[in-house]
Design a protein around this ligand. Structure first.
Ligand SMILES: Cc1cc2nc3c(=O)[nH]c(=O)nc-3n(C[C@H](O)[C@H](O)[C@H](O)COP(=O)(O)OP(=O)(O)OC[C@H]3O[C@@H](n4cnc5c(N)ncnc54)[C@H](O)[C@@H]3O)c2cc1C
Length: 484
């Protein structure tokens, strides 16, 4: 049953333990900062009940009836393309802010569906049927999901089982007849506060000595022993006294340090428990889906930067200047390269014969993700270069609203189109939000979220098929006389 926004918000009032700036949050849906992240997530529930967006957000499933399009299992290249478009469009609808609460969880479920079959075949386990029944629960109840993969990790060069404190990676501390007890902590969990279930999966490959760390499961955030410590939402706090900050008042996502202190997980919610050889496979399969998601939402973000850049060039009267055209074309290239990577990743997707599920092509997915990592700050540079110094020195909205200053500001902040000075001010103020109140979040998210730069480099270096290139090198050097 598809839920509406109110039902979704109500479901979060369940006694979950969240701290924000040193205080326990009583009701997240009315908390001055966190409510913005909740409202943002609730948009997905609002839109799916709006006939205007039904085609995009609702899928008619043969077995379950109307379900969220995010939970449609990709069984063809076209399904993957629809998913890319869904994430791209919902990010645009969220003013360039990704809306994660159904995308990331389905990325993890698809990966778990694939990997659990392999584990079951080797170990006689029943993970596959457990993940299937979890999926049914998610679809039927139209749940919001978060994924906690990144462990706090302590000393980075040491394996989970070698850490001074054994809780640096989430681990099984006890196995019982009815389930497992887990402890440890995960970093940066996006929208855990706005989710109905947290899916936990391993963050890296494991060895036999890390057996207890090879664990995957799902639990509601209000489970006893779970504590969520929020990051400060500076982008929202900065917008509280500034109605002109449209993004900051409407579109934000939250991250938490997600702590598990002797948390009980019943067996039917456990999807990996000690089969250490498969931790790395799962840790690699989830990012393949999630980086595909990433290039879709990053392309939509890039669309916003391109629109801002082009409009501000027009406002400044510089749109035909060669230096500014170069900036605009760089923004086009950034956006369209991401879309191309998405097309490549779906056109060359692989079908898993055991499940019939399609997996985005790893090479194109990681090329796109790495390109986004390496070029994001350059796209900000292009935007700021076009906008000029007002992107930091623009007077506050309070000044614009003050009648005594307003006349002066509308006169002196005019660009090439004096009749549209207010539009120019609003566009510049959005650029200011992107580089200031959202600056820390976007900068580190575009470099680290969905896996660090090195994670994509490792994947590309390891997975790339070099045979054709090597053969060409040998042929061109006269070592081989056959071009294959
Ligand atoms: C805004 C945001 C949202 C996120 N959302 C989620 C989420 O919803 N769920 C989730 O699970 N994760 C999430 N992440 C986590 C993200 O995947 C990680 O930030 C990323 O994998 C890097 O891990 P880290 O932050 O622990 O940094 P670190 O692992 O500490 O990396 C810092 C640097 O050290 C390098 N490094 C680390 N270990 C080694 C080593 N052994 N040898 C050499 N170099 C090393 C890395 O390559 C990197 O350059 C999010 C991150 C951000 C910023």
């Amino acid at each position: 049953m598809l839920r509406n926004a109110q039902e979704f918000k109500e479901s979060l009032r369940d006694g979950r333990k969240i701290f924000y700036r040193g205080k326990l949050v009583e009701d997240i849906t009315v908390h001055p900062a966190l409510k913005v992240a909740i409202n943002h997530a609730s948009d997905l529930f609002r839109w799916q009940n709006d006939p205007e967006f039904e085609d995009l957000l609702v899928y008619n499933d043969q077995k379950y009836g109307k379900i969220s399009s995010f939970y449609r299992i990709p069984k063809s290249i076209d399904d993957l393309k629809d998913r890319f478009n869904l994430i791209y469009e919902t990010t645009r609808m969220g003013r360039g802010m990704f809306n994660i609460v159904k995308a990331i969880g389905s990325d993890a479920i698809f990966a778990l569906m694939l990997v659990s079959k392999v584990v079951d075949a080797q170990h006689g386990t029943e993970y596959s049927s457990r993940i299937r029944s979890f999926y049914e629960d998610v679809v039927k109840k139209d749940l919001a999901l978060s994924v906690a993969q990144t462990d706090v990790k302590g000393q980075r060069t040491k394996r989970p089982g070698e850490q001074i404190d054994p809780d640096m990676y989430v681990r099984i501390v006890e196995r019982r007849d009815d389930g497992i007890i887990v402890s440890g902590a995960k970093s940066h969990t996006t929208q855990s506060v706005a989710s109905n279930e947290i899916i936990v999966i391993p963050t890296r490959n494991m060895t036999e000595g890390d057996r207890d760390y090879a664990v995957a499961f799902a639990i509601p955030p209000n489970t006893k022993g779970v504590t969520l410590i929020s990051r400060p939402m500076t982008e929202v706090e900065g917008a509280m006294n500034d109605p002109s900050s449209v993004m900051g008042n409407n579109n934000a996502e939250n991250e938490t340090l997600t702590i598990f202190e002797n948390v009980f997980v019943p067996w039917n919610r456990v999807f990996l428990a000690g089969e250490w050889k498969y931790a790395g496979i799962l840790a690699g399969m989830f990012p393949t889906y999630h980086r595909y998601t990433a290039i879709a939402y990053r392309a939509a973000m890039a669309d916003l930067y391109l629109g801002l850049g082009k409009l501000l060039a027009e406002h400044n009267g510089t749109s035909e200047a060669s230096n500014i055209r170069r900036n605009v074309v760089n923004l086009i290239t950034y956006k369209e390269t991401l879309r191309l990577a998405g097309n490549g990743a779906s056109d060359y997707a692989e079908n898993d014969p055991a499940s019939g599920i399609y997996v985005p092509n790893r090479i194109y997915t990681n090329v796109g993700k790495l390109f986004a990592n390496e070029n994001y700050l350059n796209s900000v540079k292009n935007l700021v270069d076009i906008a000029g110094g007002l992107s930091s020195t623009l007077p506050h909205n309070d000044d614009i609203e003050n009648p005594e200053e307003r006349k002066l500001l509308l006169k002196y902040l005019a660009g090439a189109m004096p009749e549209k000075t207010e539009e120019r001010i609003k566009l510049i103020s959005t650029v200011r939000d992107i580089i200031s109140s959202y600056g820390a979040l976007f900068t580190s998210a575009m470099i680290h979220a969905e896996g660090s730069i090195e994670a994509s480099i490792i994947e590309l270096y390891r997975s790339y098929d070099y045979s054709g290139s090597k053969n060409l090198a040998l042929f061109s050097s006269g070592v081989s006389n056959k071009l294959e």
